[in-house]
Design a protein around this ligand. Structure first.
Ligand SMILES: [Cu+2]
Length: 462
């Protein structure tokens, strides 16, 4: 934790130092690269106006340098390797060593200059989704600018005019470049107290993503439109997604952006939240109502807020059940209710790795150590204090703890449930259901005395 903080402090100092030392020689800020998949602690601004930093789930914030009152960033578009879960690496395209790219945090009214260097094998551009800016800075290749050729650096410059939750992505060969993971988060903090923006104790952000990676392969299929098999948050899949660790009583904000091909209903357990902002800006308080699930449609951002007042390990996930699963083949037949007994040994003579699965549902998959292809993630995985979680993909845990120190984002471990507060097994007698006891008590030849049940019929009563 502290070493990572030092990394950022160090890299900021390095950037600033280089800026001084090489000011006459180079106008381009030194690019900062990060390859760790850990959630970096908040980057506390060392220069520029102060703000409350966000925490990017399994990501980081891009350091900048101040130059004559302008905040300068350097994004490098390049091929990267992202570890989506332990043992599962995917070839992607991203920015500054990672996919998604680093989060950019600025303050309302900041003059921002972003250098974008293209190290991809094809041209690119960057669109600043949701921003008010001069048309020629909007990043639509061919429409508002020439594409950034391979090996070249383009400069974007505008004022961050309104506070809010935004993102960036290419507007060049979009289908391929976004399917390969090119996207990043952008937060513009308010410059002063804002009537529609509350002060929070924790502020998290992440992008939703979907990839089609054939089990055993390393590169997403870019032509896929609907049949994705890897569902992630910031290009990580559960249990590779860090938990959101907060202190009981904290006001928590979570910002979510969707650049996938489908919508994702994001669901929080144990708490009610309000949508306090979209990519259109903060929502006026009179337009808000309580929810426990909010749909984040394609190309949308949602900013939710709640008071974390219930201690525990609360699930936080996409409510589409297929999106909380890891990679699976699409040709898996539904086997519920099919009795395989005796069949497995027969099949295993021909197919030694054959496994019986799915005839009692698929929950057994959570604990099966099934032989997997070389580079993939199990379909359902992650283990909790009570056993396998049977979840993958877009799932993590909101950990609310009384003794979590303010500003401490470390994982506190599993929740210690107070005695008598966990669902438990009933071990008394099982009473015979009343209707069955009535039926079994009646001799067969006395069937006329059974309760009369008349099925609804179209002949009667019409
Ligand atoms: Cu989803």
């Amino acid at each position: 934790m502290s070493s990572r903080r030092q990394f950022f402090a160090g890299s900021l100092a390095t950037v600033a130092g280089l800026a001084v030392a090489r000011a006459a020689m180079a106008a381009l800020p030194e690019p900062v690269t990060q390859t760790s998949v850990d959630t970096a602690p908040p980057l506390v601004p060392a220069t520029g106006r102060p703000y409350q930093s966000v925490v990017t789930l399994n990501g980081w914030t891009l350091p900048w340098r101040m130059r004559n009152g302008v905040k300068e960033f350097h994004l490098v578009a390049e091929p990267v390797v992202r570890e989506m879960a332990p043992g599962f690496k995917v070839n992607m395209w991203g920015y500054n060593g990672q996919s998604p790219g680093p989060t950019i945090e600025v303050v309302e009214g900041d003059r921002v200059r972003i250098f974008v260097t293209n190290k991809l094998p094809e041209h690119t551009s960057v669109h600043w989704h949701g921003q008010r800016l001069p048309n020629g800075m909007d990043g639509v290749g061919g429409l508002t600018q020439a594409q950034i050729p391979v090996g070249k650096t383009y400069v974007y410059e505008f004022e961050a005019r309104r506070p809010g939750t935004f993102m960036y992505h290419p507007h060049a060969d979009e289908m391929v470049q976004m399917a390969m993971g090119m996207m990043g988060f952008w937060v513009t903090h308010p410059k002063q107290a804002h009537p529609h923006i509350s002060t929070v104790d924790r502020d998290f952000c992440f992008l939703l993503n979907a990839f089609d990676v054939e089990p055993g392969s390393y590169t997403p299929k870019v032509n896929t439109m609907t049949d994705f098999n890897v569902w992630g948050w910031n290009s990580r899949i559960f249990p590779g997604i860090d938990s959101l660790n907060v202190r009981q009583g904290d006001r928590v904000r979570i910002r979510v952006g969707n650049l996938t091909m489908t919508n994702h209903p994001i669901h929080v357990h144990g708490h009610e939240f309000q949508v306090t902002g979209t990519d259109g800006g903060p929502t006026p308080p009179g337009t808000r109502w309580y929810e426990v699930t909010t749909d984040v449609a394609v190309g949308q951002m949602r900013q939710i807020e709640f008071l974390a007042d219930e201690p525990g390990d609360w699930a936080l996930h996409c409510h589409k059940s297929h999106h909380t699963m890891g990679a699976m083949g699409h040709a898996v037949p539904t086997m519920i209710g099919v009795d395989h007994r005796g069949l497995v040994q027969q099949i295993q003579k021909v197919v030694p790795d054959y496994m019986l699965m799915g005839e009692r549902g698929m929950a057994d998959m959570g604990e099966m150590a099934m032989p997997l292809p070389e580079n993939t993630a199990p379909m359902m995985t992650g283990t909790g204090p009570f056993g396998p979680l049977e979840m993958g993909g877009m799932f993590t845990v909101l950990k609310v703890r009384k003794d979590q120190a303010p500003g401490d984002y470390r994982d506190p471990g599993w929740f210690q449930h107070p005695a008598g507060t966990v669902a438990y097994e009933y071990v008394g007698d099982a009473p015979v259901p009343a209707i069955d006891s009535a039926r079994t008590a009646v001799p067969v030849d006395d069937a006329d005395s059974l309760p009369k049940v008349r099925k609804p019929s179209h002949r009667n009563g019409h």
